[in-house]
Design a protein around this ligand. Structure first.
Ligand SMILES: Nc1ncnc2c1ncn2[C@@H]1O[C@H](COP(=O)(O)OP(=O)(O)OP(=O)(O)O)[C@@H](O)[C@H]1O
Ligand SMILES: [Mg+2]
Length: 241
């Protein structure tokens, strides 16, 4: 299972959402965060991690064969213990390694076909002129957006370009603004959830009693529900902003 998280504008909290989804992935399954932000990695710098292992060592491990590649051999641990594959800071390096990882027959395609392996991708801000290849291979693309008028036009363009390459895109709303129904009606895509405005001391909300964490957990449950065709649709979680 491969879940991509991205934004279209500003810094709405993609890294925080990707980290929290990874940390709180339900049903005891362990998830791994993989940083693929095309502008270059920031997680290693932010958390004082080493430059390697990284996305670069993971991509290199696929040659000559993807068989037997273990993502866990390329992770580092965040202070919270969360396993993360960090991206290199060089954008060209990220783009080249992501292209290899997301190529047909590559590691990410394998992950997307494996419900037991959960990888959450921190994709950063979407570049609609040059969509990351992970957008096609991911089972779900979550666009984190503020539901305000000035984002609608950008979002419409982003959603159409994602749909053209076959992405399964849904929205995650941050904070106050249009309702989920209004966003869905206007843009023609589903809303996976709404995150509250919740500043916190660190990036990662650990407590399940935390309103931000609860919203993220609902989103994860919705993703799992959609991934099983026999399961009835999960009601859209609405959390007051
Ligand atoms: N729901 C939220 N409520 C309040 N603050 C938030 C929320 N989500 C994220 N933040 C804060 O916003 C800042 C940016 O968050 P984050 O780094 O996750 O954004 P990003 O979208 O990944 O940005 P970038 O595109 O620069 O990587 C952080 O200080 C984070 O704590
Ligand atoms: Mg980020």
């Amino acid at each position: 299972m491969l879940v991509a998280v991205a934004s279209v504008k500003g810094a709405p909290g993609v890294t925080r959402l990707a980290m929290t989804l990874t940390a709180l992935w339900p049903h005891g399954a362990s998830a791994t965060l993989v940083e693929t932000d095309a502008v270059g990695g920031t997680i290693a710098g932010r958390f004082g991690l080493a430059a390697s292992p990284s996305l670069t060592t993971l991509a290199a491990a696929m040659f000559p064969s993807v068989q037997g590649v273990r993502i866990g051999e390329h992770t580092q641990q965040l202070p919270s213990g969360l396993p993360v594959v960090v991206a290199p800071t060089d954008p060209a390096g990220v783009q080249a390694t992501v292209a290899d990882l997301a190529a047909a027959g590559g590691l990410l395609e394998q992950v997307s076909a494996d419900p037991e392996t959960v990888v959450v991708l921190d994709c950063g801000r979407l570049d609609v002129r040059r969509l990351s290849p992970v957008m096609t291979v991911a089972n779900e693309v979550l666009l984190l957006v503020r539901p305000v008028p000035e984002e609608i036009g950008l979002l419409d363009v982003a959603i159409k370009s994602l749909q053209r390459v076959g992405s399964h895109v849904r929205l995650v709303l941050r904070g106050a603004g249009y309702t989920a129904a209004e966003m869905s009606r206007t843009l023609g895509v589903e809303v996976a959830g709404r995150l509250p405005e919740a500043p916190d001391a660190g990036l990662l909300a650990r407590s399940r009693r935390n309103v931000y964490a609860r919203s993220v957990e609902q989103i994860a449950l919705g993703i799992i529900g959609r991934a099983r065709p026999s399961t009835a649709a999960v009601a859209e979680p609405e959390v007051a902003a």
